[in-house]
Design a protein around this ligand. Structure first.
Ligand code: SF4
Length: 325
């Protein structure tokens, strides 16, 4: 069963619609918040939790865009302008946790869309969600491109005293021109790194998802080195590199945007690279991710599997070992 099937939302337009700032917020009451991932091992990252659907950050490459169709919306402008808000998220989560759901597992908060996007400044769903997770000692991780997360630093610190917590920001380039072209409403790179710095100062385990690494734009070895160095300087405990992928249904719109926003030479390279495929060739991906891993290693950082393994207590039953990848 997928995340969306579990929500059982027939049509978010039936909910109250609040409009502000050129956006519509569809306030719905979810029936469940914790969604088990099919095949996930016990003790691993087995649950997802998404208080919002659609994302005002509007990253042109975003994989979650296609999921917006399940709510009756389009995958281009609708995705960043029509936001579904689960206004009862914390109440439902608490009820599920009281029933023992997710006990002993990890919960991934905001996997589908960013839970610190613009709507969160108004609806403030995350403080109650973090409090509920901390109260029940639930292990969790979250990833954001927003500096708004800094607002909840104390809550993350409290949660980290009660359970395993890992907060990630995702950042594929230090160059703000890249953000403006591909992730127009995300926080600037330095602001995201400052968030990591604040979390680490408060004792919260935090790292950087170096993603997406955009071919021809953010993949120069010197740029990747500078990015890893900046992550380390901010206090990141781990970095995880990932190269941009592009869903087929999104490609025509993405390439149209690229052609409008980037120099023609670059747009042509994108069309050649992604025109017929979802991902760059394997050897390219291996080379780029290995470069990031090597730079991180020079700083003494563990790889992602090493970081996770170091925080996984040995268990007598192999089937219950934490497996995150
Ligand atoms: S911040 Fe994440 S969820 Fe939001 S648009 Fe960008 S990639 Fe998608």
């Amino acid at each position: 069963m997928t995340t969306d099937e579990l929500f059982e939302i027939d049509d978010p337009r039936r909910g109250r619609v609040a409009a502000f700032g050129g956006m519509a917020f569809h306030e719905i009451r979810a029936r469940t918040m914790l969604n088990r991932m099919a095949g996930a091992p016990a003790g691993g990252m087995a649950w997802t939790l998404n208080p919002y659907r659609g994302c005002a950050h509007g990253c042109t490459y975003c994989f979650a865009r296609t999921g917006h169709q399940r709510f009756g919306f389009g995958i281009t402008e609708d995705f960043s302008n029509q936001i579904v808000v689960k206004v009862n998220a914390a109440d439902i989560l608490r009820a599920e946790l009281r029933r023992g759901r997710a006990r002993g597992d990890w919960v991934m908060v905001g996997t589908s869309t960013d839970c610190y996007q613009r709507a969160e400044a108004r609806y403030r769903l995350m403080p109650e969600i973090l409090t509920a997770l901390a109260d029940h000692g639930v292990n969790f991780t979250t990833t954001t491109k927003s500096a708004l997360l800094k607002r909840d630093t104390e809550l993350f610190a409290r949660a980290a005293e009660c359970a395993d917590v890992l907060v990630m920001t995702s950042l594929g380039s230090l160059d703000d021109r890249v953000r403006r072209a591909f992730a127009p409403a995300a926080s600037p790179p330095r602001a995201r790194l400052d968030t990591i710095r604040a979390l680490r100062a408060a004792g919260v385990p935090a790292g950087v998802l170096i993603a997406p690494i955009i071919p021809h734009v953010g993949d120069h070895p010197a740029a990747l080195d500078a990015l890893v160095d900046a992550c380390v300087d901010a206090g990141a405990l781990v970095v995880f590199p990932d190269v941009m992928r592009l869903k087929a249904v999104l490609r025509p719109w993405f390439l149209h945007r690229v052609a409008a926003d980037l120099p023609p030479r670059l747009a042509r390279r994108f069309a050649a690279g992604y025109g017929r495929r979802e991902a760059m060739p394997e050897d390219y991906v291996r080379r780029v991710t290995a470069h990031v891993d090597a730079r991180a290693r020079q700083h003494g950082l563990p790889t992602w599997p090493e970081y996770i393994a170091a925080r996984t207590p040995a268990k007598p039953e192999p089937a219950r070992q934490l497996r995150l990848l």
